[in-house]
Design a binder for this molecule. Structure first.
Ligand SMILES: [Zn+2]
Length: 261
């Protein structure tokens, strides 16, 4: 999801309420113009700003980070060079920190179920059924199995209202899910959850092993399972990466057919 908005203004701007990020400005006593932002979400956003400037200086960098839950966050200061100045800009609002986020490969993820639960990997990284080009793991799990956080973070997005699923990509958008933001700026996706099966709330900090939801069979799926994927934010909605799991007492990259507990 990338949202674009064209903004044209001289002194006053009312941000659009449909965007998570809003921008407003203050003309300071020293004549400079300070641009502030607010962010309604717990997830940070990257703003890509392209300027049209006349007799006013703006920062030359292209990307600006708006932290999650930012309120009146100072983004930049514009410096008029004469009284006859004008400016306009076009910005693109990209979920996540696309400049600073980098997956910490040293992290070992916890098996995303309760202690003692045993299962099998039904599809691995870049799997041929629905993971072509996707670095995700599918764990077989009966509907109603508690799904636990594989890594600590903040819940930034949830969906649990969907009821159905089918064995076709056309059902992809019917998946229930939880997304957890990690301290390196990446996000974990726990998907195909049960209808009304999410028990955490947006903004909640979750510890490793904490129950997030109950597994299900919603979305593009043939059998009840948990789809787990970690995404590094980028311009295209996120790039998935391989993650090491602690499984059977060993740190490893899981593959299809692995028996895990
Ligand atoms: Zn999957």
């Amino acid at each position: 999801m990338i949202v674009q908005l064209i903004v044209l203004f001289l002194f006053n701007l009312n941000g659009s309420s449909s965007l998570p990020v809003e921008i407003f400005e203050v003309k300071r006593p020293d004549g400079k113009i300070e641009i502030f932002t607010t962010n309604k979400e717990y997830r940070p956003y990257t703003l890509e700003i392209n300027w049209q400037l006349k007799n006013i200086d703006a920062p030359t960098k292209k990307f600006f980070l708006v932290p999650g839950s930012a309120k009146s966050y100072s983004l930049m200061v514009l410096h008029p060079k004469s009284k006859a100045y004008s400016y306009s800009y076009h910005f693109t609002c990209i979920p996540g920190d696309i400049v600073g986020a980098k997956h910490n490969d040293a992290v070992t993820y916890k098996f995303p179920f309760k202690e003692g639960f045993q299962t099998k990997v039904s599809q691995g990284y870049n799997g041929g059924y629905s993971h072509r080009g996707v670095m995700a793991i599918d764990f077989v799990a009966n509907e109603g199995t508690p799904v636990c956080a594989a890594r600590a973070g903040i819940v930034v997005e949830t969906e649990s209202n969907n009821k159905g699923g089918c064995a076709s990509p056309k059902c992809m958008k019917m998946a229930n899910f939880v997304k957890v933001l990690h301290d390196d700026g990446t996000e974990a996706l726990y998907s195909h959850l049960k209808h009304k099966g999410v028990i955490v709330e947006i903004g909640q900090f979750v510890q490793v092993g904490q129950v997030l939801a109950y597994s299900g069979n919603t979305g593009w799926t043939t059998n009840p399972h948990l789809h787990f994927e970690v995404l590094v934010p980028d311009y295209k909605g996120g790039k998935s990466v391989q993650t090491h799991f602690m499984s059977n007492g060993k740190r490893k990259l899981l593959t299809k057919g692995d028996e895990v507990k």
